[in-house]
Design a protein around this ligand. Structure first.
Ligand SMILES: Nc1ncnc2c1ncn2[C@@H]1O[C@H](COP(=O)(O)OP(=O)(O)OP(=O)(O)O)[C@@H](O)[C@H]1O
Ligand SMILES: CC(=O)N[C@H]1[C@@H]2OC[C@@H](O2)[C@@H](O)[C@@H]1O[C@H](C)C(=O)O
Length: 371
């Protein structure tokens, strides 16, 4: 039997709300057990540094020396991730998977950047750490995202789901994996909560909790159809998106808060459902994870568009807020074992690709834990 690792995954997503941390036990093929998980919110100050780093990254665009603010952002990221590990109180683990924070993603330039220092976590916790999961795929011509699909497949297998299952993640950006037996098709779908969060922030409000704001509004589908003509939606899948690719909220300057929010929910639901339709497999069920599953307006619109059951991940016993962190735990073991994490049908890379770098504690540097 192959070795089962106890591994801790860490994810800081595009919505910059905080760090998700989760432990799983896995051999890199199957999930043997789920461990504890938590989300640790960034302080307002940390969030503002991360926002500034993201804005600075957009202007920098990989040209010239990196902006100074990246070092400050990495300090904030490393501190919060360390605190998340301590608060998780997971006992000893064999490995850490540290996704870091994407500040710029430009697969067309063969570049992507996740801030966060893997070696720092290794040195502090004296545990090997896998980081920089996306660069190798992007350098090889892949989209570098989504990477969670191979983990979504493991979740679907563990739940014994037959037929065609779509796992739709609605974070800041959306992505979907369609699993049919051993086949995995995946892509980013477009905007999820990112534009909705930005719109409500501009109006001085926080998240659309439960979908209460958007539920009271009327979506303007004409505006949405216009947005859906953007380049991203014309490109063939698999494709990946940057959080700031969907900068549409100026078009809602005249809309009421409720109507604007409803229109942005329709943007999310229509971009996801049309992408799924383009992928050529009719799902028997769509399982929704990520913060967007809590938005009733988005969930109702998705069910209307997709014509199959649309359920939150909790309905299958999955810890929805932990799935991305669990995924990077699973992917870390696969990197250690040299198993591929991206595929032609998930990132468009020409051959299955492992990716990731491994930091080892100085006492054991150079030895691989996979043997
Ligand atoms: N109770 C809630 N009701 C409605 N929406 C919510 C709720 N909680 C969170 N959200 C939305 O979900 C978003 C966060 O989702 P999530 O944590 O899945 O994103 P992320 O992991 O940062 O992003 P990504 O998957 O793109 O990297 C928030 O920005 C918010 O818009
Ligand atoms: C470049 C990058 O960080 N992309 C993220 C982002 O957040 C959601 C979507 O865009 C996605 O596909 C990807 O993350 C998930 C976890 C993934 O790689 O599967």
């Amino acid at each position: 039997m192959s070795k089962v690792y106890r591994v801790l995954g860490l994810m800081s997503g595009t919505s910059l709300d905080g760090v998700d941390a989760a432990v799983i036990e896995t051999d890199g093929e199957r999930i043997h057990a789920f461990g504890p998980s938590l989300t640790l919110a960034y302080s307002d100050q940390q969030r503002s540094v991360l926002m500034d780093a993201t804005q600075a990254a957009l202007s920098w665009n990989f040209l010239g020396p990196p902006p100074n603010i990246f070092a400050e952002a990495e300090d904030a990221l490393d501190d919060t991730h360390r605190q998340a590990i301590r608060e998780l109180d997971a006992g000893s683990v064999d490995l850490i998977g540290y996704h870091g924070q994407t500040v710029l993603h430009r697969p067309d330039q063969l570049k992507t950047l996740q801030l966060g220092r893997g070696q720092g976590l290794t040195d502090q916790f004296e545990c090997p750490c896998v980081y920089d999961f996306r660069s190798e795929d992007v350098a090889a011509g892949g989209q570098g995202a989504p990477l969670a699909p191979i983990y979504h497949k493991a979740l679907v297998e563990r739940a014994n789901l037959a037929g065609v299952t779509a796992v739709l993640n609605l974070g800041g950006v959306g992505n979907v994996t369609i699993i049919t037996g051993d086949e995995i098709l995946a892509t980013d779908t477009g905007p999820a909560n990112g534009p909705l969060d930005s719109f409500l922030e501009r109006r001085g409000l926080g998240f659309d909790i439960g979908g209460a704001v958007s539920e009271a509004g009327l979506a303007d589908f004409k505006i949405v159809e216009g947005w859906l003509t953007a380049d991203f939606f014309q490109r063939a899948w698999p494709k990946s998106a940057d959080r700031y690719d969907f900068d549409v909220i100026d078009d809602l300057a005249q809309a009421s808060v409720a109507d604007g929010a409803a229109t942005l929910c329709a943007y999310t639901a229509l971009s996801a459902s049309r992408t799924i339709a383009q992928m050529g497999r009719r799902p028997d069920r769509v399982i929704v994870c990520g913060g967007g599953r809590r938005n009733r307006t988005i969930m109702t619109m998705l069910a209307l568009e997709l014509g199959c059951p649309v359920q939150p991940a909790e309905a299958f016993g999955w810890d929805s807020d932990a799935i991305e962190a669990q995924a990077f735990a699973f992917l870390a073991v696969r990197v250690l074992l040299g198993l591929p994490n991206s595929f032609p049908t998930t990132t468009g890379v020409s051959t299955p690709t492992v990716g990731g770098q491994i930091a080892y504690p100085s006492s054991s540097r150079g030895s691989r834990g996979g043997e």
